[in-house]
Each structure stands twice: as C-alpha cells, then as structure tokens.
Design a protein around this ligand. Structure first.
Ligand SMILES: NC(=O)c1ccc[n+]([C@@H]2O[C@H](COP(=O)([O-])OP(=O)(O)OC[C@H]3O[C@@H](n4cnc5c(N)ncnc54)[C@H](O)[C@@H]3O)[C@@H](O)[C@H]2O)c1
Length: 252
C-alpha cells in the first residue's frame, strides 16, 4: 500500500522540475493528484504522464499570483476528488531581473513576491478552509536554503523565500488546533528549469560543487522524497519545521 493511499493532494508548479517529480512520486504512493501550473502545456503533460502510467491526476491551469486562481485550484480538487488532504505550495520563480541590491527594480521585487509569497498565502487561505472543514491536513511550502545562507545578487528571491520559512512557523501555530500540520522544504541547488541560466555559468557551477558536501548537487527526485515525508502521516509529529535538503551547503 502506498504511503499516500486515499489522500488527495494539490501541488502547484507541476509542469517542470521538482513539482513534476513530486506529483509523480505522490501518484506512485497512491495519492489522487491535482496538479496546477500557469503553463498549461507542461502542466497538462505531467498529469497526462501520471494517468498514462496508472496514477490518478487532474490538471488545473492557475497563475498563483491571482487570488481567484488559488481559490479555483482548491475548488477543482474538492469537486473532482471530494476533499483535500495535502497542499504542496511549490510554484515559485527566480526573477530574471533579480540581482545586485544597487540595481534592484520594483518590478523584480513585486513579481517575485506576487508569486513566491502572495501566491503561497492565498493558496493556503483556501486550502486551509477546506482542511478545517475536514478536520485536518498537511501543508508543505517550498522555501530555499537561501533562507539560511547568503548568496550575493539574489536579493528579491532570498527575501521571498525567507518569508516562506518564517510564515510556515506562523501557520503551523495558527492551524494546529485544526490538526493541520505546516512545514517547509528548503532545497539547495537542484537541477531544474528554474536555474538553466546558472547551469550554463561554469564558474558559478564550479563554486557550487566546492560549496556542497554532495558535489553532484540535487535532482528533483531528491527533494520530492523530502516533500513526501512531510506530507505523509509518518510526519505526524512534525510541524513548523523547515527540512533543509541541500547536500550540506548550509552547514559548511
Ligand atoms: N531548483 C532549485 O535549485 C531550487 C532551490 C531552492 C528552492 N527551489 C524552489 O522550487 C520552486 C521551483 O521549482 P523548480 O526548481 O522545479 O523550478 P521549475 O522552474 O522547473 O518549475 C517551476 C514550475 O512552477 C511554475 N510556475 C511558476 N510561476 C507560477 C505561477 N505564478 N503560477 C503557477 N505556476 C507557476 C512554472 O511554470 C514551472 O512549471 C520554487 O519555489 C523555488 O524557489 C528551487
């Protein structure tokens, strides 16, 4: 029996990378998955691949920077599968205009926060309402190791991800009475669509490999396994935590 048998899980950002790997893993573990993404082509492809291999999944197009889309994702989950047990707030961006603080634009800050913070909060707003009605649930927010370690020239992104980790604690306290656990996963460098530009920067990648105790760096599946743990009943005593999955980057 799968570790998520009987559960309904809503995951944002399933079109690529870590979100895609997590959707696949959750489905393999028996969850019925509602996968959301603003990219309808890649998001629907992830869901189609799950259904083609014996899993159960539904795609919903959503831009999480819009409150109405966050509300609709939860509605689709409940209308399709009758409930919502797990919410994984994964979708997020590294803004192309993020950079040195002396050059940082309002656009980079606003667009980063609109997705990485506001989108997460609105999704929890509607997801938690449903979980409260049901009497419990598990929420996993995607933070970053940059909430714990300084890396120059990623100021808007780091600010947004530090906020995710901070508010995870607040939400854990606020929702505990409803038996809703809230945790964060904090990945280190993980090969995905988000960092293709960085992957092409040889000097940056060489430095990353020196900075990590696991020089292979991360694959989406490595992070998905941590999300699975936090979302599953095996983590029933874990709430308000931030699980760092970073090949030893932050402790070095
Ligand atoms: N890859 C890393 O090294 C790394 C490290 C730490 C944290 N993260 C976090 O992981 C998440 C990104 O995942 P990834 O690395 O697999 O990247 P990715 O770019 O491969 O996937 C992100 C997915 O989210 C979707 N998305 C972006 N904005 C959206 C929006 N407004 N509404 C709905 N969907 C949206 C994209 O279309 C894409 O499918 C972010 O939250 C990021 O902060 C990644």
């Amino acid at each position: 029996m799968g570790r998520l048998e009987g559960k309904v899980a809503l995951i944002t950002g399933v079109g690529s990378g870590i979100g895609q790997a997590t959707a696949q893993l959750f489905a393999c573990e028996g969850a019925r998955v509602v996968g959301a993404d603003r990219n309808a082509v890649t998001g629907a492809a992830t869901v189609a691949a799950i259904n083609a291999t014996g899993g159960t999944a539904t795609f919903v197009a959503a831009d999480i920077s819009r409150e109405a889309d966050c509300e609709n994702m939860v509605k689709v989950a409940v209308e399709t599968y009758g409930r919502l047990d797990i919410l994984h707030n994964h979708a997020g961006i590294l803004h192309p205009l993020d950079g040195p603080i002396t050059e940082l634009s309002a656009q980079a800050i606003d667009e980063t926060f609109a997705i990485n913070c506001k989108g997460m909060l609105f999704t929890v707003k509607y997801g938690a309402r449903q979980m409260i009605k049901q009497g419990g649930g598990a929420i996993v927010n995607t933070g970053s190791d940059l909430a714990y370690i300084g890396l120059a020239n990623l100021t808007a992104y780091t600010a947004s991800k530090s906020a995710v980790v901070g508010v995870t604690r607040t939400l854990a306290v606020e929702l505990a009475a409803h038996r809703i656990r809230v945790n964060a996963v904090c990945p280190g460098f993980t090969f995905s669509g988000m960092n293709t530009a960085l992957q092409a920067d040889r000097a940056f990648m060489d430095q990353m490999r020196l900075d990590y105790l696991v020089p292979e760096l991360g694959q989406p599946e490595d992070v998905a396994q941590a999300v699975l743990y936090l979302a599953s009943d095996e983590a029933r005593f874990t709430t308000g935590a931030a699980l760092v999955v970073d090949g030893g980057h932050t402790i070095k």
